[in-house]
Write a protein that binds this ligand. Structure first.
Ligand code: FES
Length: 191
């Protein structure tokens, strides 16, 4: 597959900013096997795969939209809907799994009323179950955006999420993804 000469006609003005996609299509024009890199680049640019972007990619590659959609839905790395403003990543790597991650997940999901990969209605949180977050000594572990919380219990995990929400709603949230990553135990004390 190559993007070829479809770039000019592929990106049309619409309800989303097409500039990042146009750059990507130009970068990958005439390259074979461009579909997956294009989807990865699109997700990096938009945070997910907008329908308009997949339509443009299909036109540029001269592939059926069903083919592009099929690849996007086959790989777990791709999201077809935007993430919420804050992402709760619950580690389900081996160390966390044996230390109680399933119960931590269950309580967070129950509290937020959503499952893995879903957004809360107010778009405050997305939950993502992920593999090892690299803090196995603090298992079980979760991250809210760039901040790491360790030695969690189901209750302390929910408490951390509630406190995060309270800070966000008070207007001084820690949802700042530029924050320096740090590791805290469930009571907020630095490890
Ligand atoms: S397994 Fe969870 S941090 Fe490594």
């Amino acid at each position: 597959m190559s993007v070829g000469q479809g770039v000019e006609s592929a990106v049309e003005a619409g309800g989303f900013d097409e500039a990042p996609l146009r750059d990507l299509l130009e970068t990958y024009q005439d390259q074979r096997g461009a579909l997956i890199p294009l989807l990865q680049g699109t997700q990096a640019a938009y945070g997910y795969l907008p329908a308009e972007a997949m339509e443009s990619i299909a036109r540029a590659l001269r592939e059926p939209l069903s083919q592009v959609f099929g690849v996007a839905t086959f790989y777990a790395q791709f999201r077809l809907v935007p993430r919420a403003r804050n992402v709760v990543r619950v580690c389900h790597g081996t160390a966390c799994h044996v230390s109680g991650a399933p119960l931590v997940s269950l309580e967070i999901e129950r509290n937020l009323g959503i499952g893995d990969g879903e957004n809360t209605e107010d778009m405050m949180f997305t939950i993502e179950n992920v593999a090892c977050l690299g803090a196995c000594g603090m298992a079980p572990v979760m991250m809210i955006n760039e901040r790491t919380y360790g030695k969690l219990s189901p209750d302390s995990a929910v408490k951390a999420v509630k406190e995060f929400r309270a800070k966000e709603e008070a207007g001084n949230g820690s949802g700042d993804t530029s924050a320096v990553p740090e590791v805290e135990d469930a009571d907020g004390e630095e490890a």
